[in-house]
Design a protein around this ligand. Structure first.
Ligand code: C2O
Ligand code: CU
Length: 463
C-alpha cells in the first residue's frame, strides 16, 4: 500500500471523509462529499493504473440536483498537490467556478473547500479538476453532474456514457509524460486506450423495446470522438446541457473534448443481439462498448419521435446590432507561423516561448494575460470572431455562459444550438455570440488541455 493511500485511510479513520450530514446543522453541512486521492484502478488493461480519483472511483460519483436547486459539495484534497474543482457548463456564481488564481485560492493538500451553487439549467454537465489539468484530469479526476428537469422526461431509462482516452505505457500504467512539448504543439495528449464509464469495452445490458436517454460526455484531454451506434438512429435532444429542437443525427454523434450530447435512442434489435458502439477514427473504427440485448423478448419499439425538452432560463435575446465585438486570433502549434508572443508581460521569440512551455497564443499573448480580453457591462451582447490561424483543431470553451455560433467560415448560422464548447478545425473562422449576464471573471480557453496549458487561454470580465 503506498503512502498516499495510507494517508487517505487515516483520513477516513479521522472521520473527515465520512458523510457530512450533521442533523440540525442546517445549511452549514454540504450534501455531498468528494475526496480527491490516488488509487489503483482497473480500467481493463494489463494492470491496474495509478489513477487519481474522486472517492476512489473513475468516473467520480454521479452528482444530481433538480433545476434551480442548490448543489453543495465539500471537496477534500487528499492529493499531494493543490487542486480546484470546476463545474463545467454550469452558469454558476463566479466564486464557485473553481479556477485557481482567478475565482479562488487553490485547495492545498489536506485542505477542504466547500462549493455551494444553484444550477439554473437542466441538462448534462460534468465536473473536473481545473488545476494542472493535463495530469489531474487525465489521471481520472472527473465525474458526471446531472441537473434534472422538474418533470421526468419520457424515456424508460437514462444511461450515461462517459468516454475517456488514456495513454498507457509498455508496463500498462498511465504514461507519465504529461505536458510534453510534442503533445502541446500538436493535437494534445492523444491516448491508446478508451474507457466508457471507467471500463474498457463494457457490455451494456438493454432490452428490445426500451427507449433510452443517453448522456454522452467526452472527458478526454484532447481526442475528438465520433461515436457510432450501428443500426440505431440517434435523436439529439440537448447539446452541452442546453435543449435543442430534437433532430435525427443518423447513427453517429461527434463530441470535442468537454462536449456533451443528450440523445434518445430506441432499442430495436432482436433479443440476444450484441450491437457495437464504435469510435470512428481516421484509420477505421474501434469498438468501445456493446449494447448487449437480453435474451428475453421485450415490447415493440416506440414509433413516435421523442419530444423536446422544456427550455432552460437562458437569455437568448441577443442584441447583435449593439454588441461588444472582439477578434480572437488563435496562433501557434507545430508547422505554424507564430514567430513570437508576449508571455509574462514580455515579447519572446518562439524558441524562448517553447523553453517556457508555451506553444500557442491568443491575440499574440501566450498564457493568461494580465488584462482581460474585454470588460462587458452586465447584460450586454458579446460577439467574438474566433480566427483559427493554424492547422490544428481546437475546442474553445467559455466559462459561466452559453453561446451560439452565429457564423462559420462566412456562412451565417441562424439556428445553431447554444453550447459551452465549440470545435474549430484548422483555419476555421467562427463567430460566436452570447449574453454576458453572469458577473465575474471568466476563462475562455481551448479544452484540449495541453493547448490550454501551453498558452491557449484568456479571460474576460462581466461587471
Ligand atoms: Cu471544462 Cu475551463 O473547463
Ligand atoms: Cu486547442
Amino acid at each position: 500500500m503506498d503512502a498516499s493511500r495510507r494517508r487517505f485511510l487515516r483520513t477516513v479513520a479521522g472521520g473527515v471523509a465520512a458523510p457530512l450530514m450533521v442533523p440540525g446543522a442546517g445549511a452549514a453541512a454540504p450534501a455531498h462529499s468528494l475526496e480527491l486521492y490516488p488509487a489503483t484502478i482497473d480500467i481493463g488493461g494489463d494492470r491496474p493504473v495509478s489513477a487519481w480519483t474522486f472517492n476512489g472511483r473513475i468516473p467520480g460519483p454521479e452528482l444530481r440536483v433538480t433545476r434551480g436547486g442548490e448543489l453543495s459539495v465539500a471537496v477534500h484534497n487528499g492529493l499531494q498537490e493543490p487542486t480546484a474543482v470546476h463545474w463545467h457548463g454550469i452558469r454558476i456564481a463566479n466564486a464557485m467556478d473553481g479556477v485557481p488564481g482567478m475565482t479562488q485560492e487553490p485547495i492545498a493538500p489536506g485542505a477542504r473547500f466547500d462549493y455551494r451553487f444553484t444550477a439554473p439549467d437542466a441538462g448534462t454537465f460534468w465536473y473536473h479538476s481545473h488545476m494542472r489539468s493535463s495530469e489531474q484530469v487525465d489521471r481520472g479526476l472527473y465525474g458526471l453532474l446531472v441537473v434534472e428537469e422538474e418533470q421526468p422526461y419520457p424515456v424508460d431509462r437514462e444511461l450515461p456514457l462517459i468516454v475517456d482516452d488514456w495513454r498507457l505505457d509498455e508496463t500498462g500504467d498511465i504514461s507519465a509524460d504529461f505536458g510534453n512539448m510534442h503533445d502541446a504543439s500538436h493535437g494534445g495528449r492523444l491516448g491508446n486506450w478508451i474507457t466508457v464509464n471507467g471500463v474498457s469495452t463494457p457490455d451494456i445490458p438493454v432490452s428490445r423495446g426500451e427507449r433510452l436517454r443517453l448522456r454522452l460526455v467526452n472527458t478526454a484531454n484532447a481526442r475528438v470522438m465520433t461515436l457510432a451506434f450501428s443500426g440505431h438512429p440517434l435523436h439529439v435532444i440537448a447539446l452541452d446541457g442546453q435543449p435543442v429542437a430534437p433532430f435525427q443525427a443518423g447513427e453517429e454523434v461527434t463530441l470535442a473534448p468537454a462536449q456533451r450530447a443528450d440523445v434518445v435512442v430506441d432499442m430495436t434489435a432482436e433479443p440476444g443481439a450484441r450491437v457495437p458502439i464504435q469510435l470512428v477514427h481516421q484509420r477505421g473504427v474501434l469498438t468501445v462498448a456493446h449494447l448487449a440485448y437480453r435474451d428475453t423478448p421485450g415490447s415493440a419499439p416506440r414509433q413516435q419521435p421523442p419530444p423536446a425538452l422544456p427550455p432552460n432560463p437562458l437569455d437568448t435575446r441577443l442584441q447583435l446590432d449593439r454588441a461588444l465585438r472582439r477578434e480572437l486570433v488563435m496562433a501557434g502549434g507545430a508547422m505554424g507561423s507564430m514567430a513570437s508572443a508576449v508571455h509574462r508581460g514580455r515579447e519572446m521569440p518562439i524558441r524562448e516561448l517553447v523553453g517556457q512551455g508555451m506553444a500557442w497564443s491568443l491575440n499574440g499573448v501566450a498564457g493568461l494575460p494580465e488584462q482581460p480580453l474585454f470588460r462587458a457591462p452586465r447584460g450586454s451582447t458579446v460577439v467574438l470572431d474566433l480566427v483559427n490561424d493554424n492547422r490544428w483543431p481546437h475546442a474553445m470553451h467559455i466559462h459561466g455562459h452559453h453561446f451560439r455560433v452565429i457564423e462559420g467560415n462566412g456562412q451565417s448560422l441562424p439556428d445553431s444550438p447554444w453550447r459551452d464548447t465549440t470545435l474549430l478545425f484548422g483555419f476555421d473562422r467562427v463567430t460566436v455570440a452570447f449574453k454576458a449576464d453572469n458577473p465575474g471573471k471568466w476563462l475562455l480557453h481551448c479544452h484540449m488541455i495541453e493547448h490550454m496549458a501551453a498558452g491557449m487561454l484568456t479571460w474576460f470580465e462581466v461587471a
